[in-house]
Design a protein around this ligand. Sequence first.
Ligand code: BTN
Length: 266
Amino acid sequence: MEQEIRQFLKDTMRIGETILCFDEIDSTNTYAKRLALEDASEGTVVIADFQTAGRGRMDRSFQSPKGKGIYLSVLLRPQLSPERLMTVTALTGIAVCNAVEAVCGVRPGLKWPNDPVLGKRKICGILTELVTDPDGKITLVLGIGINVLQEETDFSPELRPIATSLAMEVGQKISRPELTAELLRQLDRMYDALLDGDLDGWVETYRRDCVHLGKQIRLIGPAGQASATAMDVDDTFGLVVLGANGTIRTVRTGEISVRGLFGYVE
Ligand code: BTN
């Protein structure tokens, strides 16, 4: 698998010098978190063809059928303020959209904060985790799962209304090694911009890709749910919303649901 990916991967600066490929693993994120504590080098990539315990946000599982998706984690050690660090999740969403557009010829939209969607269903999940070692050194584990070759029946009945694959949307067979290599290249570009603090163009792209600006949404957070209108995305990818009580605020954590998107009903 590594050779097939390297065939498409030309020059990256920081990501992909070490690529560890597994036929089967519990979760690439769990493995990468262990590596982070063992001093693995920045830019190490962990890829699996099948995850037996793929993990998603908010303690959900991530269905990872064998040979169908791209399941990978990247280990990064940025020395940045917490505020800048938090932007990496949204930036990763844009990097996925760039890679899909380059290889498949269609550009996904983004559902805040970082879900690439096509035809109103999710094609990718992103789970960012932080590991702090006993010396206080912070490692970021970027976990990305892209649905590439799945057919409808590869998704559980509960997921079918809200998940789709690139093959289902684009109607052609897509090369997973080629898309993986393009994704690593796009992540490398993104990481360079993050370290340089040169994010204006990325924020503009995010605003253009965001599928629900101007629309009614439901905010879902630890404190419960609330209706609001999505007004804008600020320079650190916070979602500016107009609440039902007329106040404007910026949301930085949680998720949203949109009428008709992801099958949620308000
Ligand atoms: C979500 O949408 O809730 C995030 C899903 C993240 C899935 C990816 S697949 C590769 C990596 N390993 C995991 O266990 N999770 C992430």
